[in-house]
Structure formats: structure tokens, C-alpha cells
Design a protein around this ligand. Sequence first.
Ligand code: ZN
Length: 345
Amino acid sequence: MRGIPFPKLIANFIATVERSGATILRADETSQRPLQLRILGPDNTTFCCIFLWTITPGGGGPAVRPANERRIQLTNVSQFPLRPGMRTIVGGWSDEFGVYAFWDPRRHRNFSSRSPSLQIRADVLEQATRDGIATFLRPSAEGREVVVAVDSPSLLWYIQNGEALHNTDTDTGAQLVHDLVSPAPESEQRIIESSGSENETIRRLELVETMRAFRESRFRPQVLQAYSYCCAVCGCALKLVDAAHIIPVSHPRSTDDIDNGIALCRLHHSAYDNGLLGIRSTHEIILNPSAISRLRDASLLNGLEEFRNALPRIIRVPASREAGPRPENLRTGLEARQWPKHLVV
Ligand SMILES: [Zn+2]
């Protein structure tokens, strides 16, 4: 397997981060590692120094290396810079599995050989395609290292919040992260309490909180990806599209599951949330006569005809059925926004 050239790796990396809603400012137009970027994300701004390679099976074939070993070869680099205020990211893209994996630069201050490589297992990459995230513990020159694999929807989250996952050299790693991707009720507390030492309890608490944030962060990129980053009503992209909750967050039956999400541009998101525009369980788009009459009373009807004429009859839904809106959620979404009962279908 040939390595993908650095400029192409970076172009894909930037496109993935931009699709998740971040804005990227490039410090320079270099085609050499590392690339320095300022990433203005939904949560915060991160200044990153990025080293990226292709993850490959490595040379020599199965006779020399374990069949499930994958690796990045650290070419053309002698040291990873570590500076306060800057996040140094060392990772690779696996074309084979369609996921990224990241190592901990703090554990690789000195390279032991002239052509060093960093490893991960194929089954860990595969697990990240299913769960969105997976970790792997490997020995390194400076203690044991947690390697983190994430899928594209979680790349931005990893860059901005994922560093905490590397902060361990104990054996908690991979299995706990897996258990926390969709934990059974009460299992978070059990995981925190099942440890002996105080440090380990603190570490587990931090891990539980990190993984909670991970699960919450999945909603937006998963919904946007399912709708190809376009508004379900008008089809516009232009990074003007939000992941809207069908059943509003304030409602007791609201969830962050993909079938309670819909991609809507800012205009149609506002119109949906304030009850002017509705989407029936049949996917039909309707306007609310009581909302229109309230707008009339407030002398705010300007633009209604243009707005109405631009609407298609039905919404566009994702190709995959499971990623589409659940009919029951669409009905509850209308009820929660107090639509007249006879219009709720
Ligand atoms: Zn729209």
C-alpha cells in the first residue's frame, strides 16, 4: 500500500474538519510537515501543529510482522515540538478503514531509530468504524501510550477535546472507552467506583466525563453527514446548515440519536423551531396558519409569499433509512411546538 502524499492528506483533513462546522485559518501554505492551523470550532479555538502520515500494513509482509499490525512511518521529522498553547497532533489516516488514529507526541520526544514507526492494530481501527472511537494501549519508550482512533465525524472533537484520552499509562484504556461509548444505565458509576487507588478513580472520572462529551458531540456531525451537509428543505450547503433536534432538547422525550436529528439551514431551522414551518411524519412540508396569523397581528408578514413559493412539497432524506427522521419523532416535534392538532400527522 502506497502512502498518500502529505498535501492530499492535509486537504482531506481540512475538508473533514470544515464539514463539522469549524473554520480553519492556515498559518502558511507549506506542503511540508508539520502544518500549523488555527481551528475555530464550536467549542473553542485550537492552535495545532499537525504531523500526518498514511497508516499502512508496513513492509515485510505477514512473515515478518503480525498480520493485523498497522503503522505510520515517521519520515522527514526529527522531533515533535511541545509548546504551551499549541496542540501537537501526531496521527495517520487509514484509507483501508476510513478512520484516523493518533499517537501521543509527549511520549515520543526522542526517536529510537533513524526510521521510526508507530503501531496500531487493525481490529482497533475497525472498531472505530463501528463505535466512532476506539483506543489501544502500546508500550513506548516513555511508559505505555494510549493510541486513539476516531472516525471522520469525530475528528474535530478529538482535536479540540480528545487529549485527555491519552493521559494514562495504566491498564484502563481500551475496554473502558469501549464500555463508555454507549454505557448501560448505572455502568458509568460502577466504572468509577470499581477502582482501588485515588489516582485511578480520578482518572476514571475524567474518562467518563470525556466520553460523555464525545457522545454529545456526535449528534451534529452525524446528522450533517447523513444529509450530505445540505438543508433537508431547500438543499443549500454553504456551511449554513445546523443539526436541528426534531423533538426539542427541552422536551423529556428528546434524544441525541440520529433519528431525532435533521439538517436545516439557518433560515429553515429558525422557521421550524418557532413553529412557522412544520414537517409531517409523511415528510410533507407545511406552514402553520396560527403562526401566520400571529405574524399578521404583529405586522411581520413581509416575505411570506417568497418564503412559501420556495418550499418543495417534501423534505430530502438521507439515503440510508436508519439515518432518516423517525416518523414518531416528527409528530412529537409538531406537538411540542404546539401545532394545531388537526395538522399533526
Ligand atoms: Zn434551507
